[in-house]
Ligand binder design. Structure first.
Ligand SMILES: [Zn+2]
Length: 229
């Protein structure tokens, strides 16, 4: 199998999603040089970080972090667009692996039981072919471990793309958009809610509002990136 992979790599070399250089063995989707140049937040390592402060107004969380800074026109934005709008499913997993490694460096997420992707409405999932947050969770599972829990938290309302809206419109857009099925699967568990970008926190806040109904649940949050901080 490995030999076949090597032959395929010679015939169809994978290239870096940032700079386009051919990847060498051990690199996944992003070359090591580009990976080192992405702007990391280091929020996973300390309490009361800017992500925790932003989300504290919306939900009672155990811990929260985002891996990279997201700036308009920057490399992280380019990567997130590639994950969401250009069908690069493998990049979602690769970024999830990086987030998982980051969580491992901190002991603040040690008692997380389950990975919970922010769900897409079924129609959006069908048209995109995958839920990027679910693939990020699969990447996290490869490095940080834990099971991925899908089908419990559900997005029952189709909403316009958040990125196309002003922040005031985002609030009403997602409020009440999420619901639970078989919520008992989450009772008494510490879940890590996972998304690609944190902007105003409206989506994560709406997820937490739905999850609040689960008895004894503890919630932490991890995203690939955070905008404008
Ligand atoms: Zn590169």
């Amino acid at each position: 199998m490995e030999a076949l992979e090597s032959i395929l790599n010679v015939l169809f070399p994978s290239t870096c999603a940032c700079c386009g250089q051919v990847l060498v063995q051990g690199e996944r989707q992003i070359c090591l040089s580009c990976l080192a140049n992405l702007s990391r937040t280091l929020y996973s390592t300390y309490d009361d970080n800017p992500v925790e402060r932003l989300l504290a107004t919306r939900a009672r969380l155990e811990h929260a972090t985002a891996l990279f800074h997201y700036r308009a026109g920057g490399t992280v934005q380019q990567l997130v667009h590639s994950m969401k709008f250009h069908g690069n499913a493998e990049l979602c997993i690769a970024m999830g692996r990086q987030l998982g490694l980051d969580l491992l460096r901190s002991d603040r997420f040690d008692d997380v039981d389950l990975l919970l992707p922010v769900p897409l409405h079924w129609w959006r999932r069908l048209s995109r072919g995958y839920n990027q947050s679910e693939l990020i969770c699969r990447g996290i599972a490869q490095t940080f471990g834990r099971d991925v829990c899908t089908g419990v938290l559900r997005r029952h309302r189709y909403t316009r793309k958040q990125s196309q809206q002003r922040s005031s419109a985002r609030e009403g857009n997602v409020q009440g958009a999420f619901s639970l099925r078989h919520a008992d699967r989450l009772a008494g568990r510490h879940v890590l809610l996972v998304d690609d970008v944190l902007t105003t926190g409206a989506t994560l806040g709406a997820c937490c509002a739905a999850l609040k109904a689960v008895p004894g649940i503890h919630i932490s949050v991890a995203t690939i990136s955070v905008a404008g901080r």
